[in-house]
Design a protein around this ligand. Structure first.
Ligand code: GLC
Length: 724
């Protein structure tokens, strides 16, 4: 009996006997790596494709079917599960291991289930705010290392759906609104992770840009808009990151479910981009057998409703050619060889919490964006301050993390529940602030009563208010406004003390009606296991902030392309919570995603894409531009060393019909106080092109291109015109 049949019986038995809970408590017993087997396919001098063909030639039909679907991730249905969210049964006689899958966007999930520890890294949007591909590589490498430590060989992370919708509950898992920045950052995340011999993925392919109605909504977009926005991020990710897997998304795209959309999965991903790996469905995102298989889906997750017996029957009756099944299996097995999970299986290791915390803190320090700093309010002089009021929920005990399948379990806790309460991590801003101002009187108020908080602030020299916006997979933020009446709290504190500093722990952009009344503001996103220490190091000047926004912060919902989230009005407001009706998500803004919308519509954002302050200042001069690249000088004109993210934007010729500018290149330049450097950046013609739908290819138009260079999308002191 194949393992999959064994699991199916277990699942049916458990379901019938209603003993899922007792079975779920059964301790999963992950198998050690399969015994080394002899066989031509184990010859490491052959290519992954040659080895896959040799292995497939040994397989029975049942064994092939077994590889193209999950068996669930819980011990209840998959006794060999490692406790992750998914598992594909391997073929021990051929030396092909079980695929043990764990969610791992910002750290390895479900560690608590097996009494493990995982490092919580800063949210991916905070990683994006570093604009540093080397840090993205380090981020992915750490997760890959901890996946192997915990005996996983497949990662479910790499989210890159761009921020079309600033209220999307999963923006914390993604890399912002620009496809070039997001694509290049996730590509390095994937490379770092896969460097640890773990199969990486990129998700959710594609246009799962909101959580409202994510498994019902039909996204409607034209091909040019698709290729120049979300799909450009995926194209860069696939070509530069070379993920072993792509996870197709829940939503429909132009009428077809993403996981059976032949244009997305076959025409574009496999034929045009040459993707050699395999497509897995999002959990429950498969909707058919033959249509999905023929459209390019290679593996159903988490179980086998469509790709188990139903697929075997479809192959047997010829509805799905055996060649397609062989291709599905080939893509999976060649990926296993290519990424080393057969030749170098994980052996388990104690996770290194200290090493992980250090990397997490470094990324948090470089991903926190200084938004406002009036009259040099920051950095604080820890030795000179007499009294500080620290205000806001949980600033005494912890920092916030993101919810859903990306949720990491906090040390010493039971496993967090999907859709449960926000999880706070034991990194105390209050303690971190006290450590920087040992002589000061530092008192805490939880912010529940604005008047009490204001009274404490009035009596203190400085007030630091921590505001938070819990977000999660499965739901969007209803508006950009901070929840729990925190705007009232900030306003009350600011009225009581003009030296009020706001520290924001949010999943993405939020409105700040009080921004004109506070003296400083620092966005630390969900800052990871050492988030408090990172924030305090910035507040007290041990670290000079260098991060820049990967998303636009709008002033209000009314400034957005969709003042209300598409479909949110269709959601049932009270029980019985019936299924939402089918609905279209018509992204009528088209190419104008994020800053491109604000530029094209001449709307002033609260804080623009690419914006971020430093404790020093920078000046730009001497731009020389050609169609191939730019050279300019950037100088540190302030009193302290710093790093400047220099940004290059291009405006295409008017006939292109494009938004006013798009990001085409950037770099991060370290400069000592008073130092100048000449920066030379090449321009990738792809990023200066439009996608011509008629020709179905990228095209560089003739004409005049404007070049903008500076430290923010809305502060580009250097401009030039180049011709093509
Ligand atoms: C979820 C998510 C996906 C995750 C998967 C397994 O619904 O959309 O990102 O990897 O299911 O948890």
């Amino acid at each position: 009996m194949t393992y999959y049949a064994e699991c199916r019986i277990l699942a049916l038995t458990a379901a019938l006997a209603g003993t899922m809970t007792s079975l779920a408590l059964a301790q999963p017993q992950p198998q050690p790596a399969p015994p080394k087997v002899e066989g031509a396919w184990m010859n490491t001098s052959l290519s992954p494709d040659e080895r896959a063909d040799l292995a497939i030639a040994q397989m029975t039909l049942d064994e092939k079917i077994q590889l193209v679907h999950g068996v669930g991730g819980r011990a209840s249905t998959a006794p060999r599960s490692n406790g992750g969210v998914g598992m594909v049964a391997g073929i021990a006689r051929l030396g092909l291991p079980d695929l043990q899958m764990a969610d791992s966007a910002v750290g390895v999930r479900a560690a608590a289930e097996r009494g493990r520890y995982s490092t919580l890294l800063p949210s991916n949007i905070g990683e994006a705010a570093t604009w540093d591909p080397k840090l993205a590589f380090a981020y992915g490498k750490l997760i890959g290392r901890e996946l192997r430590d915990q005996m996983y060989n497949v990662s479910l992370g790499g989210g890159v759906d761009i921020t079309r919708e600033p209220r999307n509950g999963r923006n914390f898992e993604y890399l912002g609104e620009d496809p070039v920045l997001a694509g290049k950052m996730v590509a390095q995340w994937i490379r770092g992770l896969q460097s640890q011999n773990v199969i990486g993925d990129v998700k959710h392919y594609a246009f799962n840009d909101q959580e409202t109605g994510r498994s019902i909504g039909n996204v409607k977009l034209g091909k040019r808009t698709m290729r120049e926005t979300d799909l450009l991020a995926f194209e860069i990710a696939v070509k530069e990151g070379q993920p072993g897997m792509v996870m197709c998304s829940y939503n429909k795209l132009n009428g077809d479910w993403a996981c059976e959309n032949a244009y997305l999965l076959d025409t574009l991903l496999k034929k045009t981009w040459g993707f050699p790996g395999f497509v897995i469905s999002d959990w429950g995102g498969t909707h058919s057998t033959a249509k999905a298989a023929l459209a390019g889906l290679d593996n159903e997750e988490p179980d086998f409703k469509f790709f188990g017996d139903a697929l075997k029957a479809a192959v047997t009756n010829g509805e799905v050619p055996i060649e397609r099944l062989n291709d599905m299996v080939h893509r999976i097995v060649r990926t296993e060889f290519a990424l080393g999970i057969v030749d170098s299986p994980p052996h388990g290791r104690v996770v290194d919490p200290f090493g992980g915390a250090e990397i997490s803190q470094r990324i948090a320090e470089r991903g926190s964006v200084l938004l406002k700093n009036e009259r040099g309010q920051l950095p604080l002089n820890g030795s000179g301050i007499q009294s500080i009021a620290v205000i806001g929920a949980h600033a005494d005990t912890g920092v916030l993390s993101g919810g859903g399948s990306a949720q990491v379990d906090a040390p010493g806790t039971e496993q967090s529940r999907f859709g449960g309460a926000p999880v706070w991590f034991p990194s105390s801003p209050l303690e971190a602030i006290r450590s920087h101002a040992p002589k000061a009187k530092v008192e805490f108020n939880d912010g529940a009563d604005p008047a009490a908080a204001a009274a404490l602030a009035k009596a203190a020299e400085i007030a630091i208010v921590f505001v938070n916006q819990p977000t999660s997979e499965g739901r969007d933020a209803p508006t950009l406004a901070l929840p729990y009446k925190q705007d009232e709290l900030v306003s009350a504190v600011a009225a009581a003390n003009p030296r009020t500093i706001v520290v924001l722990e949010t999943g993405g952009p939020v409105a700040m009606p009080w921004i004109g009344r506070v003296s400083a503001a620092l966005e630390i996103w969900y800052p990871g296991i050492r988030g408090a220490q990172a924030a305090a190091n910035i507040l007290f000047g041990d670290v000079n902030p260098s991060a820049k926004l990967p998303v636009t912060f709008p002033r209000s919902d009314s400034d957005l392309p969709h003042p209300e989230i598409p479909g949110i009005a269709l959601m049932p407001k009270q029980p019985p919570f019936v299924r939402m009706p089918d609905f279209d998500i018509d992204y009528t803004e088209g190419l104008k995603v994020g800053y491109k919308w604000f530029d094209a519509e001449s709307i002033e954002p609260l804080f623009p894409f690419g914006y971020g302050l430093s404790y020093t200042t920078f000046a730009y001069s001497g731009l020389k531009a050609s169609f191939d690249g730019v050279t300019f000088t950037v100088a540190n004109t302030g009193q302290r060393d710093g790093e400047e993210i220099v940004e290059v934007y291009a405006g295409l010729p008017a006939p292109a019909g494009e938004p006013p500018k798009r990001l085409v290149a950037w770099d991060k330049v370290a400069l000592a106080a008073g130092e100048s450097k000449t920066v030379t950046l090449a321009l990738d013609p792809k990023f200066l092109s439009i996608f011509d739908e008629r020709k179905d290819e990228w095209e560089l138009l003739p004409g005049e291109y404007k070049i903008f260079v500076g430290g923010s999308s809305r502060k580009t002191p250097l401009t030039a015109v180049v011709r093509h």
